[in-house]
Design a protein around this ligand. Structure first.
Ligand SMILES: Cc1ncc(COP(=O)(O)O)c(C=O)c1O
Length: 382
């Protein structure tokens, strides 16, 4: 394999403690399919920590979003409003059901959906709003929920980045009738590939269990509530193996240490870089007063694409990997098929060109982080 040019990569998953022990236990107990002991432990832990009526692990956040679209009975021709500056799955999950994604621009400060622009996009076909808590910083949920109430729309929070973040003292993921989490390798808490759907509206719980179990009432059968199970609804296979549940539970056991470690990394970047950033017209993350962030990411917004390209090269020359993020969805091939045009979401377009994410992972050592900050402050925007 060719030698990597990077000494400090962008992301590196790390174990928190009992991962291998719990996997061995799941294997020796001979329950490695879904909803075994460890998956159930993850689900109850998250329910208790977040105060959510029901949490179901899924194979990814993408699949949790697909479940949300099925649960909301999204049909051909329905419209779903979401930010253009997000991962493809936020849109794809609804497009798979035949919906039309309606792209909203983002706020220039938090890079979250611009709540002041949502109302203009609502039509009689709008069925749902899908805010994304970018970098684990809460969207303006008061405004979003009030619009949802006024127009009778469902809210699905894409909380892929935001586990344990809060808005006005309440956990992200507990505002919408549904919310989705990611446990992908890049996330604070991970099992490689994984996710969860948070069901805050109790009337959706039973159907969620069915959709996740191939459209059958197998969950009720396993609980002994019925004597055989059968096909009762649409569905697919959205539940992860308990091997992943075992890995994830070992991480969740240490969630407070993981969050404290990440807070430290985030704050170290912020204090080391603020002055340099201001002098170079580089924007650093803004955390509104009402938000407690999830410490998922530290990013910089360079003045323009050229400056970002130069900074990526500068970091690379020091063996450090800095990476950009989403391409605006309205300008993607599929986004354009839905009518997306340059200029529709100017803030998303600009952020996409200018954003750079810094190495950020639980085991990033202080001396490595110092190499990153030192390399950064030696860079000057031309
Ligand atoms: C906002 C957002 N939603 C959804 C996803 C998809 O997550 P997963 O990889 O768990 O499917 C991502 C990926 O990181 C994301 O950034």
């Amino acid at each position: 394999m060719p030698k990597s040019p990077y000494n400090i990569v962008f992301n590196r998953p790390s174990m928190a403690g009992n991962e291998l022990e719990y996997i061995t236990d799941a294997v020796s107990e001979a329950h490695i399919s879904g909803d075994g002991l460890y998956s159930r432990r993850c689900q109850t832990t998250l329910q208790e920590l977040l105060g959510v009526p029901k949490v179901l692990l899924t194979t990814s956040c993408t699949h949790a979003l697909e479940m949300a679209a099925l649960l909301l009975d999204i049909q051909a021709g329905d419209e779903v409003i979401l930010p253009s500056f997000t991962f493809v799955s936020t849109a794809n999950a609804f497009v798979l059901r035949g919906a039309r994604p309606v792209f909203c621009d983002i706020r220039p400060d938090t890079l979250n959906i611009d709540e002041t622009q949502i109302e203009n996009l609502i039509t009689p076909r709008t069925k749902a709003l899908v805010p994304v808590h970018y970098a684990g910083v809460g969207c303006e949920m008061d405004s979003i929920l009030s619009l949802a109430n006024q127009y009778n729309l469902a809210v699905v929070e894409d909380n892929a980045h935001g586990l344990f973040g809060k808005y006005k003292g309440q956990f992200l993921g507990t505002f919408g009738s549904l919310a989705t989490q990611s446990f992908h390798e890049t996330k604070n808490i991970t099992c490689g590939e994984g996710g969860a759907i948070l069901i805050n509206k109790a009337s959706l719980i039973e159907r969620a269990e069915i959709i996740r179990e191939k459209g059958t009432n197998r969950s009720r059968f396993f609980r002994g509530e019925i004597d055989k199970y059968t096909w009762v609804d649409l569905g697919s296979s959205y539940l992860p193996s308990d091997i992943l549940g075992a890995y994830l539970y070992a991480q969740l056991e240490h969630w407070q240490e993981i969050q404290a470690r990440r807070k430290n990394i985030w704050e170290t970047y912020d204090s080391a870089l603020r002055e340099w950033a201001a002098a170079n017209h580089i924007q650093t993350p803004y955390i509104p007063e009402e938000c407690e962030q999830a410490f998922h990411m530290y990013y910089l917004l360079l003045p323009d694409l050229n400056a970002r390209t130069a900074l990526i090269e500068h970091l690379k020359s020091r063996g450090i990997m800095g990476v950009f993020h989403y391409q605006p969805l309205h300008l993607s091939k599929i986004g354009q098929m839905f009518g997306g045009l340059p200029g529709d979401c100017p803030v998303s377009e600009s952020a996409s060109d200018r954003l750079l994410r810094l190495p950020f992972y639980n085991s990033l050592e202080p001396d490595q982080q110092e190499l990153v900050t030192k390399a950064l402050v030696e860079f000057h925007v031309a």
